[in-house]
Write a protein that binds this ligand. Structure first.
Ligand SMILES: *[C@@H]1O[C@H](CO)[C@@H](O)[C@H](O)[C@H]1NC(C)=O
Ligand SMILES: *[C@@H]1O[C@H](CO)[C@@H](O)[C@H](O)[C@H]1NC(C)=O
Ligand SMILES: *[C@@H]1O[C@H](CO)[C@@H](O)[C@H](O)[C@H]1NC(C)=O
Length: 214
């Protein structure tokens, strides 16, 4: 049994005696190992390349993507409001919000916000030049005083008096903000954003009933 085993084992090795077949076999074995090694490396490189492409895509689509900052006014904090039959006088704090969802700061220029009635400007305030940090909302509370003097003698006095007699007042705020989004400290891209908000104020309670921004 043992002998047979030996002889069985011996027979494939037998040609080795003359050298040639054995080294052929060995080099075939080496070639196969090398081929496998190369295939393995090719696979690693391919995986790495795919990984790189994913990293670059995420970078371009998420980090480098520019979003327009949102520029709006929140509900006014009314400090005083006196209304006549077709006139009013008021002062309030306008909470302006600049929401920046970019992966970098939004540096904006000084910006005017106009409060108007029926398209006629009644008053204007200026937001000082500043910045909204990356992924954050800049809050600027602006004191504003308005009156209806600009409406006297215009066709709007009719709608104003009918609005006031029903106890409400509809104002709008608008403005255009110019600025730059800075990405990775080096890339700068101009981005402007508009404010266009409409609010309904209840005169008797001096509160903002509704507020919509576009
Ligand atoms: C803001 O308004 C003031 C006064 O009307 C004007 O001088 C200034 O140029 C305006 N600023 C911008 C950025 O429009
Ligand atoms: C609106 O103003 C015009 C011009 O001053 C005036 O003739 C008219 O009577 C006013 N309307 C109301 C409702 O007060
Ligand atoms: C604000 O929205 C109104 C209604 O869509 C539009 O007529 C007006 O032009 C807008 N104003 C600004 C400054 O975008």
């Amino acid at each position: 049994m043992v002998e047979r085993y030996h002889s069985n084992q011996a027979s494939p090795l037998a040609p080795a005696a003359n050298g040639h077949p054995r080294s052929d076999e060995e080099s075939m074995y080496d070639k196969e190992a090398k081929r496998r090694k190369r295939a393995k490396w090719a696979m690693y490189i391919a995986i790495f390349a795919v990984f790189q492409v994913i990293v670059i895509l995420v970078f371009v689509l998420v980090v480098m993507r520019l979003h327009r900052p949102k520029f709006r006014v929140g509900p006014l904090q009314i400090q005083s409001l006196t209304a006549g039959a077709q006139s009013f006088d008021m002062s309030f704090i306008a909470p302006v919000r600049i929401k920046n969802t970019n992966f970098g700061p939004y540096k904006y220029d000084a910006t005017n916000v106009t409060f108007s009635y029926g398209g006629v400007a009644l008053g204007q305030v200026t937001i000082p030049k500043s910045k909204a940090n990356f992924k954050s909302t800049k809050k600027v509370d602006l004191p504003v005083t308005l009156n209806s003097n600009a409406l006297a003698g215009t066709a709007l006095n009719t709608s104003l008096s009918s609005e006031l007699s029903s106890g409400s007042l509809i104002l709008s705020s608008s403005g255009k903000m110019e600025g730059k989004v800075e990405l990775m400290l080096i890339f700068k891209k101009k981005k402007s954003t508009d404010m266009n908000c409409t609010m309904t104020i209840v005169v008797s309670t001096q509160t903002v009933q509704s507020l919509t921004c576009k």
